[in-house]
Ligand binder design. Structure first.
Ligand code: AMP
Length: 396
């Protein structure tokens, strides 16, 4: 795999696709700079080699040029994090941008305006990609969050850098981490899949059945499985049309010797509300009018045992409605179990928007081996798909 460290960037202009799609508050201040921090090692390596850096990214979902989505809002934050005064141009292609790139000196950093101000970016327009490509000598893709998109700056552009393209450190680390779970893992391997729906995780479940020893199921998905098995789930979330699929997954798992662990008890509530009345009941005996919103204490104990015996752990999706304090306990206890297993030598990978939010909120981010920066991209990799952004670098 072509990585950054195989190259020397002395006197080179590196055009880096980063994912600086960061959240801004109403004063346009960056409220979570994780994605900027994540790009730092790549940028520093190039600058330290004596190269210059041209950063390109999208921000939000603008419709044409909209100032609220301008990347100028993040210039001071990027400057602060990188430690070099970042220059900014009001566009991402065209004469003015080409000039700014041309006069860029070794050690300097230039940030381009939002790529998505042009609809050509998402369309994967070749001419637009070619315009961008004029700006640098080497193309570096370090944007895992958009690696599953065949956009101009994430994939199409790579064809203009034959022999002069590579993964950034972040993207390489993401690939390596997923590889460590799916293809190069130490057994036993346990995947924990939570979240709302079976339908959004089915591709992942099917692909990992050949690669893991245990699958822990939690979150809203639980109840489709429990109902399919004949349990009473009260008013819990259910995908009626996915019950047959749930049974099929259970049968396939048995065939492949994969143990599926479903929650045996649940915290149920009489309303989807933090202040609702709650009780703890068996998952297959939920009374009418009550809904399961978190895993119960017997479940936490049994899941913790499986995790303690695992050498490789993948976690995608919360075990309950963790956004409400009353239903966060199952997710917190799971995080604790994963942190303990990691401290004891297991490799743990956490990914997917909501589980990443949970590990950050509850302080586990530094207690797991790797927290992925890509939600959709990670899911697609776990589904066994080849991502366009990755393929474009590998196909030279
Ligand atoms: P996903 O994006 O599929 O990973 O789903 C994450 C969402 O699932 C979070 O917002 C959770 O609040 C929600 N969730 C987790 N458990 C449940 C549950 N038992 N009932 C309803 N929603 C849930």
């Amino acid at each position: 795999m072509q990585t950054l460290n195989d190259r020397n960037f002395n006197n080179k202009k590196a055009l880096i696709r980063v994912d600086f799609n960061v959240p801004l508050n109403e004063d346009f201040m960056v409220t979570d700079a994780t994605r900027i921090e994540a790009a730092k090692p790549t940028i520093h390596k190039i600058l330290e080699d004596g190269g210059s850096v041209i950063l390109m990214s999208h921000l939000g979902r603008p419709k044409g040029v909209q100032d609220q989505f301008s990347l100028r809002h993040i210039v001071s934050k990027v400057t602060e994090i990188i430690g070099v005064q970042v220059k900014f141009v009001n566009d991402c292609i065209g004469e003015e941008v080409e000039k700014a790139a041309e006069v860029l000196q070794p050690g300097e950093v230039l940030l381009l305006e939002n790529l998505r101000f042009y609809s050509e970016e998402k369309q994967g327009d070749v001419a637009f990609a070619e315009q961008l490509a004029k700006l640098g000598d080497v193309y570096v893709n370090d944007a895992f969050g958009t690696a599953h998109r065949a956009h101009a700056s994430t994939a199409v552009i790579a064809q203009f850098f034959k022999g002069n393209k590579c993964f950034g450190n972040l993207l390489a680390k993401e690939i390596e981490s997923i590889n460590k779970v799916l293809n190069d893992s130490q057994k036993p391997v346990t995947a924990i899949l939570g979240g709302a729906k079976v339908s959004s995780k089915i591709g992942v479940i099917e692909n990992i059945l050949d690669k893991v020893d245990h699958i822990i199921i939690g979150g809203g998905m639980t109840f489709t499985f429990v109902k399919a098995l004949g349990g009473n789930i009260g008013n819990s979330l259910v995908e009626e049309d996915k019950q047959a699929l749930a049974l099929e997954i259970l049968a396939k798992a048995k065939e492949k010797n994969v143990q599926i662990h479903l929650p045996v008890d649940a915290i149920v509530a009489d309303d989807f509300n933090n202040n609702a009345n709650t009780q703890e009941v068996d998952t297959n005996q939920i009374p009418e009018g009550w809904m399961g919103l978190d895993t119960g204490s017997k479940t936490a104990e049994s899941f913790a045992k499986v995790i303690a015996n695992s050498k490789t752990i993948l976690w995608n999706g919360p075990l309950g409605v963790f956004e409400m304090e009353s239903f966060a306990k199952g997710t917190i206890e799971l995080g604790n179990a994963i942190a303990t297993a990691t401290a004891n030598g297991a490799f743990s990978l956490v990914g997917g928007g909501d589980s990443v939010a949970a590990v950050k909120q509850f302080g586990f981010a530094n207690k797991v081996s790797y927290v992925s920066t890509g939600g959709g991209a990670m899911l697609e990799m776990l589904e066994g798909r080849t991502l366009p952004g990755i393929e474009a670098i590998l196909n030279d």
